[in-house]
Design a protein around this ligand. Structure first.
Ligand code: SAM
Ligand code: SF4
Length: 426
């Protein structure tokens, strides 16, 4: 009997190892084969790929930070007000161009960098967006240095969801991430957050798991602290690696507990509802960090912003001067694009739907004009056999193990995006 159980455990372990290896390889290879970035010609524009009867998510990129954290791979520059004042003006020009093109927006995500770094310009920009697009669902990122009570009050009616990057409440981890000196100790950050919870409809805390030297206990304490602060949302990213943060990771021992840590997070946040595989809410809400899982297409404005429209990935100029120059001279900061094959579009849509928690086959087929079960027959058979998904009444759900696989697949997808950023970063 004992040996039968042992054998079963071994088979399950092998299944999991095979699935993890395959999932990572699939995303890596699909990304390598389908993302074929080509520079765009001078008269090319992304506006022709916009459908004016559809509603899009607008992503606004603010690439400035006071602290350039070594683990972070996002596109950003060291902040000074001269550059950011100028940049916000160009951003507003780009937003006005969208209105002139009759674009419809139903949700906005302002990310960075650190958007709240230039509060005055940020507020002018949000007011413009609200006036032009009559939109209410607005998310904005910040670091812990820009969340004093007065500032957050001034965002009332402008921002619905404020997302604060904390990463960890452990002082040693904060030091390791080079955030302790700039953003303060865990206790100082907790104090600041406790004063602003409840001012806006949703306050979110970002945490990172699987950081080198992070133990199970540290992770449990991080989640406990976030819950005790009473924030409406907690987002937990696995530490993502790419060439852009290789020097940070080089001297560190890689933490091999990702799967175990993810299971701890789910267990600790069992009383929360899942927005997607790595974001949890006290109540069911529809605003979360992963706009790719809630919006099948989105328009990005700002330097280095991506747009995904009609199966094409469009990339704005990264360099600030070039970005400004392109907006002024040709009303489009586009500098490169990548066109996906139909099958890759579908695979991407499957990944992002499942990352959001489920995929309704009939709705999906209608939306993409496909027969998913025919098109991905072999793949669906395999992932069912490997206990990655289950299908109930025409809806595909990830299993407990499938949820973890989706986390690593999405993380690999973001690492792939970093490759694109690395190509253009000077
Ligand atoms: C673009 S940052 C903006 C947050 C804000 N600037 C701050 O640092 O507090 C958004 C979030 O991305 C996450 N992030 C950045 N680099 C990451 C990495 N290498 N792996 C996982 N998550 C990362 C962090 O949790 C961070 O809060
Ligand atoms: S984590 Fe935040 S503050 Fe640090 S570099 Fe990234 S965007 Fe800037």
């Amino acid at each position: 009997m004992k040996s039968v159980i042992k054998e079963k455990v071994m088979v399950n372990n092998l299944k999991e190892i095979f699935s993890i290896f395959t999932a990572k390889a699939v995303v890596r290879n699909t990304f390598a084969s389908c993302v074929n970035i080509t520079p765009t010609s001078n008269n090319e524009t992304k506006y022709l790929s916009i459908n004016t009867t559809k509603k899009y998510l607008l992503y606004i990129h603010v690439p400035f930070c006071d602290n350039l954290c070594p683990f972070c791979t996002f596109h950003k520059y060291k902040h000074n007000f001269e550059d950011s004042n100028r940049y916000f003006k160009t951003l507003r020009e780009e937003i006005k161009i969208l209105k002139r093109k009759d674009v419809k927006i139903d949700s906005v995500y302002i990310g960075g960098g650190t958007p709240l770094i230039n509060e005055k310009e940020l507020r002018i920009t949000i007011k413009l967006v609200k006036k032009l697009f009559n939109v209410d669902d607005i998310s904005c990122e910040t670091d812990p240095n820009h969340i004093d009570v007065d500032k957050v009050y001034r965002l009332k009616g402008l921002v619905k969801r404020l997302s604060i990057g904390v990463q960890s409440f452990n002082d040693e981890i904060l030091q390791q991430l080079s955030r302790y000196k700039r953003f303060g100790s865990s206790n100082e950050i907790k104090q600041k957050i406790s004063k602003i919870v409840g001012i806006l409809p949703i306050t979110n805390i970002d945490l990172i798991f699987n950081i080198p030297n992070q133990t199970e206990q540290i992770l449990r304490d991080d989640i406990k602290s976030a819950k005790q602060l009473g924030v409406e949302q907690i987002t937990t990213y696995p530490l993502m690696s790419s060439d852009l943060n290789a020097s940070f990771l080089k001297s560190k021992q890689i933490n091999r507990n990702e799967q175990k840590f993810y299971n701890i997070i789910k267990e600790q946040l069992e009383d929360y509802s899942k927005n997607n595989m790595w974001s949890f809410s006290k109540k069911v809400v529809d605003l979360s960090d992963e706009y790719v899982s809630t919006h099948e297409e989105y328009i990005g404005v700002g330097s280095g912003a991506f747009s995904y429209l009609d199966g094409k990935l469009f990339i704005n100029a990264f360099d600030l001067k070039e970005y400004e120059n392109r907006i002024i001279t040709k009303e489009d900061a586009l500098m490169a694009k990548s066109e996906f094959e139909n099958i890759n579009k579908i695979e991407y849509a499957v990944l992002s739907s499942l990352f959001g928690g489920k995929l309704d086959i009939e709705k999906f087929n209608k939306l993409y004009d496909v027969n998913l079960e025919k098109l991905l027959r072999k793949e669906l058979y395999l992932v069912k056999k490997l206990d990655v998904i289950r299908i109930e009444e025409g809806v595909i759900y990830p299993t407990k193990f499938g949820e973890y696989l989706l986390v690593i697949m999405m993380a690999s997808f973001y690492s792939g995006m970093d490759k694109v950023r690395a190509m253009f970063r000077k």
